[in-house]
Design a protein around this ligand. Structure first.
Ligand SMILES: Cc1cc2nc3c(=O)[nH]c(=O)nc-3n(C[C@H](O)[C@H](O)[C@H](O)COP(=O)(O)OP(=O)(O)OC[C@H]3O[C@@H](n4cnc5c(N)ncnc54)[C@H](O)[C@@H]3O)c2cc1C
Length: 360
C-alpha cells in the first residue's frame, strides 16, 4: 500500500491545475487520471471538443485535446505521479483516507493507496438525448455549452435551437441571440421551469421563439465525415405532428451529471448530486477532502473556472497539510455527515459548520 500526502482524483483542468501547484510545492502529489472513467477519456470533457477559444493564453484558440495534453505535461514536469487508472472506492471515515483502484476493489482487498488529503476533481458529464444523428453532428452543430461554442462562425446569423425549459436553457438561448438569426427554444412541457424573471425575459426577447410541447426527434445535415447539421426534425407531442426545420445549431440544456458516485454517502452532496463546498473555498464536509471543478460547480462549468478552483483546492490542501503536520487541529470544518438524506434540517442530514473565516 502506497502512502502519499495528497492524492488528486480526476484529469480535467481542475485536477491538473491542483497537481501543478502541489507538485511545485514539493508535496509529490499522485493524480489518478482514470481509464475512461464515467465514459470520458483521461483529460476530461475538453477531450470531447475541437477548438477551445476562450482559455486565456491561446489567442488563436487551441484544440481541447492539445490543451489537456499540455496541462498533463506541465503536471508531470514538476513531479506529479500520474496513474492511468480509475479510483472506484474510497473510505473517508478516518485519516489517512483509503483508495481502491478499479479491478482491485473487492471487499477483502486492501486499498492500493492512502493519503492525508484528497482533492476530488472528477468533473461532470453533459446529458445527451441519444437522438438519431446526435453522434454524427456532435460538435458539428450540436453542443452542450452555448458559452463555449456560441461564437463559432458556423452559428453566425443562422437559425439555432435550444432544448430545455429551465434557467440554463433560458440563459443559453438569450446568450445565443447575439450570434444566431433566430433562437428557438424547445420545451417538452406546456410551461417553462425557469424562474419567473428569466422566463419573462426570454419570452420578451424578439429574437426568441419558445415552442411548447415540442421535442427534437432527429438531427439532419451534410454527409460524414465532417458534414455540418442543417436541419432538425421536431415533434409537437400534443398534436403528434412532425416537421423538418432549418437548424444550424442545437444546444442541449438538459442538465449535467456530476461524477459523485464515488463520494456519495461520505461527502455532503446537494439535491442534484454536486459536492457541496463552502462558498469561495474548496472545503467539503470532511476535513482534508477538497473538491474542485465541475463536480462542485453547477453554475459556471468552464475550463478556466475549473482551473481556478483547482488552484484554490491545492492551496487549501497545502495549508491543511502544513497545519496538520504542525500538530494543529485541522481547523476549518466540522462535519456531522452521518447519513445523507439530501434534505436540510432532517434527522441525519449532513451539515457543514465552518469557522467564519476559514483562511485565518
Ligand atoms: C463538448 C464540450 C465543449 C466544451 N468547450 C469548452 C470551452 O470551449 N471552453 C471552456 O471553458 N469550457 C468548455 N467546456 C467545459 C469544460 O470542458 C469543463 O468545464 C471542464 O472540463 C471541467 O473540468 P473538470 O476539471 O471539472 O473536469 P472534467 O473535464 O469533467 O474531467 C474530469 C475527468 O476526471 C476523470 N475521472 C472521473 N472520475 C474518476 C475516477 N473515479 N478516477 C479517476 N479519474 C476520474 C475522468 O477522465 C473525467 O472526465 C466544454 C465541455 C464540453 C462537454
Amino acid at each position: 500500500m502506497a502512502h502519499s500526502k495528497v492524492i488528486i482524483i480526476g484529469s480535467g483542468p481542475a485536477a491538473h491545475t491542483a497537481a501543478i501547484y502541489l507538485s511545485r510545492a514539493e508535496l509529490k502529489p499522485i493524480l489518478f487520471e482514470g481509464m475512461m472513467a464515467n465514459g470520458t477519456a483521461a483529460g476530461g470533457q475538453l477531450t470531447t471538443t475541437t477548438d477551445v477559444e476562450n482559455f486565456p493564453g491561446f489567442p488563436s484558440g487551441i484544440g481541447g485535446g492539445e490543451l489537456m495534453d499540455n496541462m498533463r505535461a506541465q503536471s508531470a514536469r514538476f513531479g506529479t505521479e500520474i496513474i492511468t487508472e480509475t479510483v472506484s472506492r474510497i473510505d473517508l471515515s478516518s485519516r489517512p483516507f483509503k483508495l481502491w483502484k478499479e479491478w482491485a476493489d473487492g471487499p477483502d482487498e486492501a486499498p492500493s493507496h492512502t493519503a492525508d488529503a484528497l482533492i476530488i476533481a472528477t468533473g461532470a458529464n453533459a446529458r445527451r438525448l441519444d437522438l438519431p444523428g446526435e453522434q454524427q453532428y456532435w460538435q458539428n452543430g450540436i453542443s452542450a455549452c452555448a458559452v463555449c461554442d456560441g461564437a463559432v462562425p458556423i452559428f453566425r446569423n443562422k437559425p439555432l435551437f435550444v432544448i430545455g425549459g429551465g434557467d440554463s436553457a433560458a440563459e443559453e438561448a438569450m446568450f445565443l441571440t447575439k450570434y444566431g438569426s433566430k433562437v428557438t427554444v424547445l420545451v417538452r412541457r406546456d410551461k417553462l421551469r425557469a424562474s419567473k424573471t428569466m422566463a419573462k425575459r426570454l419570452l420578451a426577447n424578439p429574437k426568441v421563439e419558445v415552442k411548447f410541447n415540442t421535442v427534437a426527434v432527429e438531427v439532419q445535415g451534410e454527409p460524414a465525415p465532417r458534414g455540418l447539421m442543417t436541419h432538425l426534425k421536431i415533434k409537437n407531442v400534443v398534436e403528434g405532428t412532425e416537421e423538418v426545420v432549418p437548424a444550424n445549431g442545437l444546444f442541449y440544456a438538459v442538465g449535467h451529471d456530476p461524477a459523485t458516485a464515488l463520494v456519495k454517502g461520505q461527502l455532503e452532496l446537494d439535491a442534484e448530486g454536486y459536492v457541496v463546498t463552502q462558498p469561495g473555498t474548496s472545503y467539503t464536509s470532511v476535513p482534508g477532502v477538497f473538491a474542485a471543478g465541475d463536480v462542485q460547480d453547477k453554475r459556471y462549468r468552464q475550463a478556466i473556472t475549473s482551473a481556478g478552483s483547482g488552484c484554490v483546492a491545492a492551496l487549501e490542501a497545502e495549508k491543511f497539510l502544513a497545519e496538520s503536520e504542525g500538530g494543529d487541529e485541522p481547523p476549518l470544518v466540522s462535519s456531522t455527515l452521518e447519513q445523507s438524506t439530501g434534505k436540510e434540517g432532517e434527522k441525519g442530514a449532513p451539515s457543514l459548520e465552518y469557522s467564519s473565516n476559514p483562511l485565518l
